[in-house]
Design a protein around this ligand. Structure first.
Ligand code: SAH
Length: 445
C-alpha cells in the first residue's frame, strides 16, 4: 500500500510513476509491470484522450494507476455510491424510463401483501408500537403501499417509518412521494437522521445513511432488492490456490471507458479470510458488507424485538458468477462506462442465514420463491377484489399484467426469493402459529 501521504500526488503522472516504481514494483501483491505503460490522468492538454472521460472513470483510473488493481467490492462501492458520480446518487433509475424496474414499482399488490404479512406477524408477537425500517427504499413506493394498508387498518398512530438511504436524490424522491411536509436536518444538530418528515396520515418519517443510526425499538425491517447492491469480492480457484479477481486498467482505455479483470498474483488477505476450507466451487462471490449488516440486524432484533423480511434474487450458496450490469433494461459489461449502469450480484441466502442464526440468535424461514410467498398471502383473492372495483378496462389490464409479472414462474415469480428472520426466543410460538407465507404448499393427493 502507498503511505497515506502519497495520496495527495494522485493525478500527477510523473510523481505517480516515480512512487509506483519506488514502492510497488518489487513488493506488491499484483503484477504491475503491464499496468504502468501509458496510464495517467491528465491535468488536461488538448489532445489528451482522457480529457473527455467521465469523472467516475477518471477517478477509478487514477486510483488504479496509483495503487494498482482494485477489488470488485471497491469498484462496486465507487460506481454505485460515490458521492460525486455514483449510479444511485444523482438520478431516478427506476421504472420503464430507467434502467430496471422492481416488484413494488410494477404492482401495488406487492406492497399490500407485505403489509398484511407484517401486521399479521407483528400482532402475533407484540402489542407495542412499531418502527417500520426499510433498507434501500428506491422511490419509496413499497413503504407508501405498506402505510396505506396500515392506515386502512387504523394503525397509522402505532407506526413510525425509518428509511436507510444513501442517495440524496432518491431520499428527496422518497420524501416527495411519502410526506406532506419534510425538512433536511443540519449536520450541526447532531441528529442520527439527516431528513425528517410527516405523511398525510401523520406517520413520522426519518432518513439515515446506515442501519447503525436507526434508534432502538421494536422493529419490522424490510430489505427489498437492497442486498444485491452490496459490494462483493470475487475469487477464482487456480492450480496455485485461490486468487482474488481484481479490476485493472484496460489497454484500450485510451479509446473507451473500459476496465478489465485480472487475477491477484498471490493469495490476498481476502482469499484467506473469506473462503472456507471446504468450499466445493471453483469460483465464488461473497459480500462482507452484507454479512456485517445481517450481523447488526441479528443483534438489533434480539435487543429490541421485531423481525426482518428480505426479498431479492439469489441462491443458496451454490451459484458462482452472477456479477452483472443493467442499463436501459439490458445487460451490459459491468466494466464498461462505469456509473451508467446498475451493478448487481445475486444474494447468497445461505450466508444471510448462517450469520443471522450464529450463536442461536435468530431463526430463519425460507428462502421461498416470491410466487410462493405472495400466493400464500392471498394475492389471488386481493387481485379479484381490485378487479371488481376497477372502473375501466385499462385499469383491469394493468392489474392483471402487474400480477402476472410479479408472480409468474417465468417472470419474477421464481427467481426472486423471500427470507424472514425472527429472534430465536420466539421459536416455540412460531412453531405453534407458523410464519405466514413460508409454510410448505400441500398439494391434495
Ligand atoms: N427497494 C427498492 C429499490 C431497490 S434499488 C425497490 O425495490 O424498488 C437499491 C436501493 O438501495 C436504492 O434506493 C439505493 O439508493 C439504495 N442503496 C444502495 N446502496 C446503499 C447503501 N450502501 N446504503 C443505503 N442505501 C443504499
Amino acid at each position: 500500500m502507498f503511505p497515506v501521504s502519497c495520496k495527495q500526488f494522485i493525478g500527477s503522472p510523473k510523481i505517480v510513476r516515480h512512487l509506483v516504481d519506488r514502492y510497488c514494483t518489487t513488493d506488491r501483491t499484483y503484477q504491475l509491470a503491464s499496468v504502468l505503460k501509458g496510464r495517467y490522468v491528465s491535468t488536461g492538454t488538448k489532445d489528451d484522450p482522457q480529457k473527455e472521460k467521465s469523472i467516475l472513470y477518471r477517478h477509478l483510473y487514477s486510483r488504479i494507476l496509483a495503487g494498482g488493481p482494485i477489488t470488485i467490492a471497491e469498484y462496486m462501492r465507487e460506481v454505485l455510491t460515490s458521492p460525486s458520480a455514483g449510479y444511485y446518487m444523482n438520478k431516478d433509475v427506476f421504472g420503464t424510463e430507467g434502467d430496471f424496474t422492481t416488484s413494488p414499482e410494477i404492482s401495488q399488490l406487492f406492497g399490500e401483501m407485505i403489509a398484511v404479512w407484517s401486521v399479521n406477524e407483528w400482532r402475533k408477537i407484540s402489542n407495542q408500537s412499531v418502527q417500520l425500517v426499510e433498507l434501500g427504499p428506491g422511490r419509496g413506493t413499497l413503504s407508501k403501499d405498506i402505510l396505506r394498508v396500515y392506515h386502512k387498518l387504523g394503525l397509522s398512530s402505532r407506526v413510525s417509518l425509518h428509511l436507510v438511504e444513501v442517495s440524496p436524490t432518491l431520499s428527496d424522491l422518497q420524501a416527495k412521494n411519502l410526506c406532506k411536509t419534510y425538512e433536511e436536518i443540519d449536520n450541526d444538530k447532531c441528529q442520527s437522521y439527516y431528513k425528517h418528515g410527516t405523511t398525510e396520515d401523520g406517520v413520522t418519517v426519518f432518513w439515515y445513511r446506515t442501519i447503525h443510526d436507526v434508534p432502538s425499538g421494536f422493529s419490522i425491517i424490510i430489505a427489498q432488492e437492497f442486498f444485491d447492491a452490496m459490494p462483493i469480492h470475487k475469487f477464482q480457484k487456480t492450480n496455485e490456490g485461490w486468487r482474488e479477481i481484481l479490476i485493472d486498467i484496460h489497454p484500450e482505455s485510451k479509446e473507451t471507458e473500459k476496465f478489465r479483470y485480472v487475477l491477484s498474483r498471490s493469495a490476498t488477505p481476502n482469499t484467506k479470510f473469506y473462503i472456507s476450507e471446504h468450499e466445493p466451487r471453483d469460483h465464488i462471490e461473497t459480500s462482507p458488507q452484507t454479512a456485517v449488516i445481517i450481523d447488526y440486524i441479528a443483534n438489533f432484533l434480539i435487543g429490541n424485538g421485531g423481525f426482518a423480511l428480505i426479498a431479492d434474487y439469489g441462491h443458496n450458496g451454490d451459484r458462482t458468477d452472477t456479477f452483472r450490469a443493467f442499463r436501459n433494461h439490458k445487460q451490459q459489461d459491468p466494466l464498461t462506462n462505469p456509473g451508467t449502469a446498475d451493478l448487481t450480484a445475486d444474494v447468497d441466502f445461505s450466508l444471510l442465514r448462517r450469520i443471522a442464526c450464529q450463536n442461536n440468535r435468530l431463526i430463519s424461514f425460507g428462502p421461498v420463491t416470491q410466487r410462493h410467498f405472495l400466493k400464500q398471502l392471498g394475492i389471488d383473492t386481493r387481485l379479484i377484489m381490485l378487479l371488481k372495483k376497477a372502473s375501466d378496462d385499462s385499469t383491469r389490464k394493468a392489474l392483471i399484467s402487474g400480477y402476472s409479472m410479479i408472480t409468474d414462474e417465468d417472470k419474477m415469480g421464481n427467481c426472486f426469493k423471500f427470507l424472514s428472520l425472527f429472534p430465536s426466543v420466539l421459536k416455540d410460538n412460531l412453531n405453534k402459529w407458523p410464519v405466514a407465507g413460508f409454510q410448505a404448499i400441500h398439494t391434495p393427493e
